[in-house]
Design a protein around this ligand. Structure first.
Ligand code: ARG
Length: 340
């Protein structure tokens, strides 16, 4: 293997922790499915502006390459001294944040899940994607009540005029250059798609960055209601799908930023005053360990003062801690906006 050289200006966690010593130990290791260190770090090497720069190709990657994954995980999921995770998907009652919908436009909670026995999306072969899509679709078809819906394949996109993938923004697009270099876009758009419930408050993306992205969303600020739908869906799917899970890392995901709960809970919130006083907003974001994403997704710009605010940490905390903390942070942010 050629020596691994990150560009000088690269600032990723993988560059920080991949010492020559670690490299020498890991460069000849392979998981049972054949995933290597070179494949895991390709995205970080090709994209010097990566924040993290590493992806797992299968569930075993976290153990095989723990010398690099563990320090990255410890630094990203701040405050996690000893790696250990417990998960609890019990519903929670939280007071409504913004009953008049003055600031919060929508609430969205997603979890990522991967299935045992399949490689992860950056290392999946075409036949595996096909098999996985089929398996997940047959499980989704058993959902009942308000979770019932239809599936829209990304392969149909150009042909079907009424395909909601065209008419609505369902969010699932071809992966960005970070995901591309990781291998996540291979054979795109084959065997990818979105399941959408008839009430449009549940989406399941199949074969995006993870096998499943289960997303519950509402045009309201009612975190409890959004979370309740998510818990119902995950529990129902888990009856026939075996999720990749580890007692140390929790739910195993493609990107180490998502392990543990694999949950990102957040809102789209319009903050016209705080947009002009970003230092106050950034202080609150830091104090509550939240993150800001752009209006149209990760690494996009803020438009119309609409911020996507969500939890930063997903590992080493429980789902209910994430929601309580998000709620408290948003109460403080709305108060700050009102006081300006
Ligand atoms: N690989 C990218 C980076 O290192 C994105 C990391 C987090 N986002 C994600 N979709 N997994 O900056």
């Amino acid at each position: 293997m050629n020596p691994i050289v990150f560009p000088k200006h690269a600032n990723s966690l993988v560059k920080k922790y991949l010492s020559q010593k670690v490299c020498t130990v890991l460069e000849h290791q392979k998981t049972d499915s054949g995933f290597t260190l070179a494949k895991a770090i390709n995205s970080g090497l090709k994209n010097p502006d990566s924040a993290i720069g590493i992806y797992a190709g299968d569930a075993q990657s976290y153990k095989t390459f723990s010398l690099i994954f563990d320090p990255v995980i410890s630094e990203y999921h701040k405050g996690v001294e000893t790696l250990k995770h417990e998960s609890d998907l019990t519903e929670i009652e939280l007071p409504c944040l913004d009953p008049e919908n003055k600031y919060i436009q929508s609430t969205r909670i997603r979890v990522a899940r991967n299935l045992k026995g399949f490689c992860f999306p950056c290392y999946m072969k075409l036949f595996e994607r096909r098999k996985l899509e089929k398996k997940i679709l047959s499980t989704l078809s058993s959902l009942t009540g308000n979770l019932k819906g239809s599936y829209y394949s990304l392969e149909l996109d150009d042909k079907e005029k009424l395909n909601p993938l065209k008419t609505k923004n369902l969010g699932f697009q071809k992966g960005d250059r970070f995901q591309d270099a990781a291998g996540i876009n291979s054979d795109f758009p084959k065997y990818r798609g979105v399941y959408l419930s008839f009430d449009e408050q549940l989406m399941v993306w199949i074969n995006e960055e993870d096998h499943l992205r289960i997303i519950s969303l509402e045009k309201s600020s009612d975190i409890s209601s959004v979370y309740k739908r998510l818990c119902q869906t995950v529990t129902a799917l888990n009856q026939s799908l075996d999720f990749a899970w580890d007692s140390t890392y929790g739910n195993l995901t493609s990107c180490p930023t998502n392990i543990g709960t694999a949950m990102r809970a957040g809102v789209h919130i319009q903050l016209e005053k705080l947009e002009k006083n970003k230092d106050i907003l950034f202080k609150l974001i830091k104090a509550y360990n939240l993150q800001i994403r752009g209006t149209c997704g990760e690494k996009t710009k803020i438009q119309n003062a609409v911020f996507d605010i969500s939890n930063y940490q997903r590992f080493g905390v429980s789902e209910s801690e994430i929601l309580l903390n998000l709620h408290a942070g948003l109460v403080a942010i709305i108060k700050a906006e009102q006081n300006l």
